[in-house]
Each structure stands twice: as C-alpha cells, then as structure tokens.
Design a protein around this ligand. Structure first.
Ligand code: ATP
Length: 235
C-alpha cells in the first residue's frame, strides 16, 4: 500500500496560487523528498497534507481519502508534522513539550516507554529535560521538534526543512536521526532547500518550481540530473 497519494493538489492564498495542481505518490517505508527554491510551495504542500490549511485536490493516506479529516485527527491516524520553525513551546520544559506530542494517546505505559526512548535517542534532550525549551540551541530545538512528533507514534512523518539555520555538524546529526527513524519503518516526507543533502538520503524525490512539479524520480536520478545540478546543486 502507498503511504500517501496526492492528486492534483492546489493551495491558494487569496489570488496567489502557491501550489498549482501537483500529484505524487509516497510509498510506505520510503523517504520522499520535495526540493525547490524559496517560495516554490513546499511548506504549503506539507501544511495541506497535515490538514493545517484548506486545499483543493485529493489526499489519500494509507488507502483512505482524508480530505474531510481535521488536522488533529490526522495526527491520530499516524500522520505527524514537524513544522518549519519547529513550533515548540519556549516557556515549557523539554519534558513538557515531549509530553504534548502524545496528547492524543491514551496508553500511558506506551507513552512513558516512548518518552524514555526519545530521551535515549537524544541524550542532549535528556540532559536538558527540565530546562525551558526556549533556551535550547537551534539544533537542540530541532531535535526536540522531531522527538516530540515521534511521541505521537507516527507512521508517516512530514518534516519541513530540518536543516534550516543549523551548523553543518548538527545537520549531519539530524539527518542521521531521520535515517534511523526511517529504518524503524516510519515513512518520511522531507521538504528541503538543501537539495544535496535531501536527495542523498531520499528513495524518491520531486522538484517543485513555482507551485508545479518539474521533475520526479529516484533520489539518485535527480542527484545526477544536469538540470537539478545546475539549478539546485550549484554545479
Ligand atoms: P520557503 O522555503 O521559503 O519556506 P516554500 O517552498 O515552502 O518556501 P511556501 O511557503 O509554500 O513556499 O510559499 C509558496 C508561495 O505562497 C510563496 O509565494 C509565498 O509567498 C506564498 N504564501 C505562503 N504563505 C502565504 C500566506 N499565508 N499568505 C499569502 N501568501 C502566502
């Protein structure tokens, strides 16, 4: 079964058409990346998938059309979103932020287990678990955003520019974690401006240009495509 099937997706802001009817499929268990320049419509696409904004077209998640399903219910179905800018609560502690990621879950022991697993996967977060999240570094906040999303036990994780604003070493760390999460069976939809990084770990990929998909293929195919190299890889 496919994790996601996106049919003719459109997003508009008033008269501005940010996403102009795109279609793509994300297979279960894969890393799919959507690359593109500033303003191409990547964030708008992810926000549509998670139900955070109104859109046209159809989104099928694990075989079920979810267009009429609200954002919080989509999280309950296993579709979690790590937003651009991370969306963590700065006044709350690391631990409180993590617990918020599990707010829909009723299985207390499972939540406690996942909390422990998250703190083990991110030792930095364990060291700072009682610290206000707003005092974390950018990289630590990004880790927290990912760890918090994992607290909903997602089957598919929507990740918006996890490398943004991070030092190269931290970017490597985040990408290692993304790979590990995927190796545990979580499907990843990754939106990135850093095409080089994203294409290297992606099984399949698409290029978004001013709201339309211009190229689609495997990560390796796009990485070696001269058009991608010229436009996005600085070749
Ligand atoms: P970036 O990498 O810069 O975040 P992006 O590819 O994620 O870019 P979007 O944020 O989806 O692109 O934006 C796509 C287009 O929609 C842009 O032209 C942007 O200016 C416009 N847009 C986004 N959000 C709004 C909004 N709330 N109101 C009006 N226009 C918007």
């Amino acid at each position: 079964m496919n994790a996601l099937e996106v049919h003719d997706l459109t997003v508009s802001y008033g008269d501005i058409r940010a996403v102009k009817g795109i279609s793509f499929t994300v297979k279960q268990g894969e890393i799919f990346t959507l690359i593109g320049a500033n303003g191409a419509g990547k964030t708008s696409t992810l926000r549509a998938l998670s139900g955070m904004l109104k859109y046209g077209g159809r989104v099928v998640y694990e075989g079920t059309e979810i267009d009429a399903i609200a954002a919080d219910k989509r999280v309950g179905l296993g579709l979690a979103h790590v937003p651009e800018g991370r969306g963590i609560f700065g006044n709350l502690t690391v631990m409180e932020n993590l617990k918020l990621g599990a707010w829909l879950r009723k299985d207390k022991s499972g939540v406690a287990e996942d909390l422990e697993r998250g703190l083990t996967a991110f030792p930095r977060l364990r060291e700072r678990k009682d610290q206000a999240a707003g005092t974390l570094s950018g990289g630590e906040q990004q880790m927290l955003a990912v760890a918090r999303a994992l607290m909903s036990r997602p089957k598919t994780l929507l990740l918006d520019e996890p490398s943004m604003g991070l030092a190269p070493k931290l970017v490597q760390d985040i990408y290692r974690v993304v790979r590990e999460i995927n190796a545990q069976g979580v499907t990843i939809v990754l939106v990135e401006q850093n095409a080089n990084l994203a294409l290297k770990i992606a099984h399949s990929a698409a290029v978004l240009e001013t709201g339309s998909i211009s190229l689609i293929g495997t990560g390796a195919e796009l990485l070696s495509d001269p058009r991608v190299q010229a436009a996005y890889l600085g070749a």
